[in-house]
Design a protein around this ligand. Structure first.
Ligand code: PRP
Ligand code: URA
Length: 209
């Protein structure tokens, strides 16, 4: 069964308030999306296995713990997933990075793919799939399809906001996928936008409207 994990850490919620605000400019919006993604990554990676290592301190030898060679891939859905990927990579710089280009047809709300470049060894990696908006869920489901076709076995979706419709869509097609969000919003409007939402994530990140 897919799970939805709402990350209600005060710093995430505080920054999310600025991200939602229509008066937040492009620079601050992008910076805060990166920051929230980094904070979310902290929780998303909580179950990484550790191994004991011996470290020579200036005084003696200490037994410490390091991440046990678990390989990760961060996959961004273009465009808006890029800023989230940047934030996560600040915390996990050794992760391999994939990109899936999708745009949503404004009339049908169906995703159209135009690009896909993924790490080759996906079956050996845990995948963190990032897109700030989980609206109808069409884009994330299409991206998961690409990932599974190329061997991905463990996938976590990380979004800022989700609509219940999007969660249900991912849940019914991909019950094995965990979803991490900063908030679950009320509903989708007639244009498929999340309400109350934050508007068009790509346009707000890159100033294209
Ligand atoms: C937005 C968003 C998601 C998608 C969510 O991208 O970043 O990828 O819509 O909608 P869905 O859950 O209904 O599929 P958009 O298609 O606007 O492309 P862009 O990031 O290039 O602006
Ligand atoms: N895509 C966005 O960028 N915003 C929404 O609210 C829904 C889809």
């Amino acid at each position: 069964m897919s799970q939805v994990i709402v990350l209600d850490h005060p710093l995430i919620q505080h920054k999310l308030a600025f991200i939602r605000d229509k008066n937040t400019g492009v620079k601050e919006f992008r910076e805060m999306v990166e920051e929230v993604a980094m904070l979310m990554a902290y929780e998303v990676t909580r179950d990484l296995p550790l191994e004991a290592v011996s470290v020579q301190t200036p005084l003696t030898t200490a037994t410490c713990h390091m991440v046990a060679g678990k390989k990760l891939a961060v996959v961004a859905i273009l465009r808006a997933g890029l800023a989230m990927a940047e934030g996560i990579l600040k915390l996990i710089p050794a992760a391999k990075v994939g990109h899936i280009g999708l745009y949503r047809d404004p009339d049908t709300l169906k995703p159209h793919d135009y690009y896909c470049k993924l790490p080759q060894d996906l079956s050996e990696r845990d995948v963190i799939l990032v897109d700030p908006m989980l609206a109808t869920g069409g884009s994330v489901n299409r991206a998961i399809e690409f990932l599974k076709e190329r061997g991905a076995r463990t996938i976590k979706v990380v979004s800022l906001l989700a609509a219940p419709e999007g969660i249900n869509a991912v849940h019914s097609r991909n019950p094995d996928v965990q979803i991490y969000v900063a908030a679950v919003d009320s509903h989708l409007n007639s244009h498929g936008y999340i309400v109350p939402g934050l508007g068009d994530a790509g346009d707000r990140l890159y100033g294209t409207k």
